[in-house]
Ligand binder design. Sequence first.
Ligand code: PLP
Length: 410
Amino acid sequence: MAKSRSGQVKQSSKLLNVRYDVRGPILEEAQRMEAAGHRIMRLNIGNPAPFGFEAPDAILKDMVSHLPHAQGYSDSQGIYSARTAVSQYYQSRGVMGIDVEDVFIGNGVSEMISMVLQALVDDGDEVLIPSPDYPLWTGATTLSGGRAVHYRCVEEEGWAPDLEELESKVTDRTKAIVIINPNNPTGAVYSRQVLSGIVEIARKHNLVLMSDEIYEKILYDGARHINVAGLSDDVVTLTFSGLSKAYRVAGFRSGWVAISGPKHRATDFIEGLTLLSNMRMCANVPGQHAIQTALGGYQSINDLLLPQGRLLEQRNTAQRLLSEIPGITLQPAHGALYLFPRLDPEVYRIEDDERFVIELLRAQKILVSHGRAFNWPDTDHFRLVTLPSVRDLEEAIGRIADFLEEYRER
Ligand code: PLP
């Protein structure tokens, strides 16, 4: 496939089934419209900084003061102070057994997701991934030669995974179970009971558990986040998190994976991960210097989640206004930065949800993401971010309501 007779430079066939539709044709259309002078309200990407969510001062100061000493490569697994901070952070949360050498720092969680899957998955191996998901998990599994097998989360049950269905999808090719908690796109925060059920399945079938917890500090309605790694010491568990969301520095590209459980059973995999980590030299060093201050300091994200805090007010406003639109139902988001409303198929006959969001974009200059971009099988959902100000959310959801009114009457 590498050489084409027509002289075209073709992409590799490895990419044939790899998808990442949250930044696909819809974004290109929005960019075209912006270039033509339209003002687009972007409710599509969970990037706090452009919405006026600034990083805590201490993080910025610390990074700037370290800049002169961050010119060279670091240890490829990450600087010692950052790995120590991550290890101590999990200890303080009741997760034991994560030592400095069990932490790998990456250019965001994204890099660590790709690297871990490359290190773990053989051609044809299966990885159990929630539907809906954050689509990098599916894309990176496919790119690593594996097969993403989706287990359904149940909307009417607050988007909790159906554990029976999950277990029924385990085969002798299954390598790992992925959970995203708090969840993007649904906002679900999993209970101890659900998490224990997943641990039990992983234990029974000898699977690796991978938990993406990048939103663990963004919680509403008194929800409590439980680190699944703290629920067992006999399941190899990889916990992913980073600074992009709660610390509002997505551009610093700073994240990590921490390995816990019976590591003696994972030495070969860890060797592979170390090889890949060495091959990319190291993560962005200035970004690594932000980790210790972020984890150790005062957690300013909490202020944004208080009753008068910006994030909570925005989530409340968006949730209320969307629920008032005829034919929309919505599970409350107890965590993260998104809402994932359902459009009743009896009211809105949507054959192609990607077309639907492009039509919304063209008609109302509002950019959201279609549900199938998150590996949701039906055409009845879309996702919007709750990062814009209350005023902007009111305006955007008002325009969505106008669009839907016309859509209903077609
Ligand atoms: N995991 C989830 C669930 C996300 O929503 C995102 C970004 O939106 C990421 C990982 C990627 O984070 P990072 O910026 O650390 O690469």
